[in-house]
Design a protein. Structure first.
Length: 54
């Protein structure tokens, strides 16, 4: 199969391609989804406690 020597190697190859395709599709579908505000609020808390100094 595909000149890879064994079925197991070909299976791993195809599963890697399938996982990559699924990740790309997931990224396209969720590209413009708004995330949670937990990150921005925790960033504000850090800036308040440090006095805004970097």
């Amino acid at each position: 199969m595909l000149g890879l020597g064994s079925v197991e190697i070909a299976l791993v190859y195809w599963l890697c391609l399938a996982a990559t395709a699924l990740c790309v599709v997931y990224g396209i579908v969720n590209w413009n989804e708004r995330g949670s505000d937990a990150v921005s609020s925790s960033t504000d808390e850090v800036l308040k406690t440090s006095g805004g100094k970097e």
